[in-house]
Design a protein around this ligand. Structure first.
Ligand SMILES: Cc1cc2nc3c(=O)[nH]c(=O)nc-3n(C[C@H](O)[C@H](O)[C@H](O)COP(=O)(O)O)c2cc1C
Length: 210
């Protein structure tokens, strides 16, 4: 499968084969591929809750407009974006800085500068925190969907859910925004794939305002 095949072949599919499981090793491969997504300062503020158990998926589905794909797919992911991932003391920010020290990309004297830049870029307001966490996690989520497609699976991203209810149901801490859910599985072969939908043209996408 060429990259073009992956890009043009991915669809948000509504019908998953409930009989066809996604083995853990395969899911791990998809997640590992997605982990190669870029992020500001390589902070990687993303996490996943992996739901496989039918009852767990139904607990999610009831807060997700009862969209049946949530439980029909063998795996549904709750994608989390850490709005505090930029903050000094966050274990992954500390790991990130340590890795930069190890690779020679930064020196110890830059530590306070680094913390300050992260805070001013990503933590200056609630809006900035959500933007920071969700833009980076969006790259991760897209990478995950393309990785799945490249390995013969299909996905469905969803933001049709009640974020507060999902947070409460799965005891998700307040520092996480929940940008989307992603169902992952194999397309149900007795269903018809929806044709490609309209997209903005290049001319419609490219703008300037001055
Ligand atoms: C962030 C996001 C949220 C979405 N939420 C839902 C959803 O809750 N329910 C749904 O049926 N489709 C949802 N979709 C799927 C879109 O409708 C779909 O991606 C779009 O129509 C383009 O179709 P395609 O992905 O098959 O090319 C969502 C897509 C994205 C990227």
């Amino acid at each position: 499968m060429t990259f073009k095949d992956v890009i043009y072949g991915r669809r948000a599919v509504n019908f998953f084969d409930p009989e066809k499981d996604v083995p853990e090793l395969l899911l791990n491969e998809i997640i590992e591929m997605a982990s190669q997504a870029p992020s500001g300062f390589n902070i990687q503020p993303w996490s996943l809750i992996v739901l496989r158990d039918y009852d767990d998926k139904m607990r999610l589905q009831k807060h997700a407009w009862n969209q049946s794909k949530v439980s029909e797919a063998p795996v549904t992911l709750i994608v989390l974006a850490d709005t505090e991932g930029w903050r000094a003391g966050n274990p992954f920010l500390e790991k990130d800085f340590q890795e930069m020290l190890n690779s020679g990309a930064m020196v110890e004297e830059q530590r306070q500068w680094f913390y300050g830049v992260c805070e001013s870029l990503y933590g200056a307001s609630e809006a900035r925190k959500i933007a920071f966490s969700c833009k980076n996690t969006g790259f991760f989520a897209m990478s995950l969907m393309l990785a799945a497609k490249s390995l013969g699976l299909d996905t469905h991203p969803m933001d049709g859910f009640d974020i507060d209810a999902v947070r409460g149901e799965f005891k998700i801490p307040d520092n996480y925004w929940i940008p989307l859910l992603i169902s992952v599985g194999y397309f149900k072969s007795d269903q018809k794939r929806t044709p490609s939908k309209w997209r903005k043209t290049v001319d419609e996408i490219v703008v300037r305002f001055d």
